[in-house]
Write a protein that binds this ligand. Structure first.
Ligand SMILES: CC(C)(COP(=O)(O)OP(=O)(O)OC[C@H]1O[C@@H](n2cnc3c(N)ncnc32)[C@H](O)[C@@H]1OP(=O)(O)O)[C@@H](O)C(=O)NCCC(=O)NCCS
Length: 149
């Protein structure tokens, strides 16, 4: 059910992300951004339909970001988020990445997976390339968290 995304999944991925983004729960993604980073994405597919998504985006030799973890509201609480996160951790391990991080509004959720709060300044400046484009910058309230792989 968990697969690497195909290019044809672009619009479905955007739909899952943007339903939550409209409510301010996560950053919106343009279709261009999604196509450009399609190789980062995992999708959870059932009967051909994309129900959940996430992306593992490499930042540095030892660091990757877990981005855009989102599940359709109608499918929440069924373990789809769990499977997506675990697929990202597995891929990070396979690549030899030592740490993954998230910027999140729901730190309690990520705490359960072993993520720990860190100071923003401990993450490479490169990661703020998205932040500067965001209308909420610099006071977005997202919590930076890191997990060892
Ligand atoms: C967070 C999200 C990805 C979880 O996906 P899911 O498939 O519903 O999650 P699972 O079924 O695997 O896990 C459910 C568990 O997560 C917990 N959980 C879900 N949302 C949570 C939240 N906002 N805060 C804390 N815990 C949360 C549930 O309480 C449940 O816990 P339990 O297993 O102890 O009962 C999904 O709710 C979602 O898309 N949220 C909106 C987008 C978002 O905020 N993404 C995070 C961006 S950094």
């Amino acid at each position: 059910m968990i697969e690497k995304a195909k290019i044809r999944d672009g619009a479905s991925i955007q739909n899952v992300i943007n339903t939550h983004a409209k409510e301010g729960k996560m950053l919106q993604r343009s279709i261009l951004e999604i196509y450009e980073t399609i190789r980062d994405f995992f999708v959870y597919r059932e009967k051909g339909k994309v129900l959940g998504v996430t992306a593992l985006s490499i930042c540095w030799e030892d660091l990757a970001e877990i981005r855009s973890v989102a599940v359709l509201k109608s499918e929440s609480g069924k373990g789809i988020g769990d499977k997506l996160l675990k697929a990202s951790f597995k891929e990070a391990k396979k690549l030899g990445i030592k740490k993954v991080f998230v910027l999140t509004y729901i730190p309690e959720y990520f705490k359960k997976y072993g993520f720990k709060n860190v100071d923003k300044s401990t993450l490479p400046h490169k990661i703020w390339k998205d932040c500067v484009k965001c209308p909420k910058f610099p006071d977005c309230g997202e919590v930076p968290m890191v997990k060892k792989i």
